[in-house]
Design a protein around this ligand. Structure first.
Ligand code: ATP
Ligand code: MG
Length: 149
């Protein structure tokens, strides 16, 4: 059976408000007014919630989180960017493993169980999409999700 297209922008906005209140941070959403994609609402909500939760949690006082949602002729692309503690290049893949958390030193101060990204990856792959960290030399972190159109 086919899945109904839903407006992802309204889901992103709702989850942004939840995470902004929880972490007292500022999340900017850059997107067209509406972006429709056929995905179960609960699946997309888990994806965006986990990415925003991480962005806010691992940037603490650094403030600003930016979300971009765009469609081109081939893909729907979701970008979540923060200016927090960053991720070491050698761990770009490992962070998607169940229960993996980077560096016990910082992880012991910032709480988590290490399953958020494993769940996100599982959902994205169920829709034949891809997720990765965009390689970057500074402390900013950008997660990129691409879903086929
Ligand atoms: P939870 O299961 O509560 O989400 P978690 O946040 O530790 O726990 P994941 O969301 O799976 O687990 O993330 C795995 C690890 O990847 C984190 O422990 C952290 O080390 C690293 N990480 C994820 N997102 C970011 C980010 N935006 N900035 C820096 N490190 C990150
Ligand atoms: Mg997490």
């Amino acid at each position: 059976q086919s899945i109904e297209p839903v407006d992802l922008v309204s889901i992103v906005q709702k989850e942004s408000e939840i995470v902004e209140q929880e972490y007292n941070c500022r999340i900017s959403v850059l997107s067209p007014k509406k972006v429709f994609y056929p995905i179960e609402i609960k699946d997309f909500r888990l994806v965006i919630h986990n990415l925003l939760d991480n962005a806010a949690k691992y940037s603490q006082m650094e403030g600003q989180v930016i979300v971009k949602l765009q469609k081109d002729h081939k893909y729907l692309t979701l970008l979540v960017k923060d200016y927090g503690i960053g991720i070491k290049k050698e761990n770009y893949e490992k962070i998607f493993d169940r229960f993996y958390r980077e560096d016990q030193a910082h992880s012991s101060k910032i709480k988590g169980t290490g399953i958020g990204l494993a769940i996100v990856k599982e959902i994205i792959e169920k829709y034949h999409g891809k997720i990765r960290v965009i390689p970057n030399m500074t402390k900013e972190t950008i997660f990129e999700v691409r879903l086929p159109l």
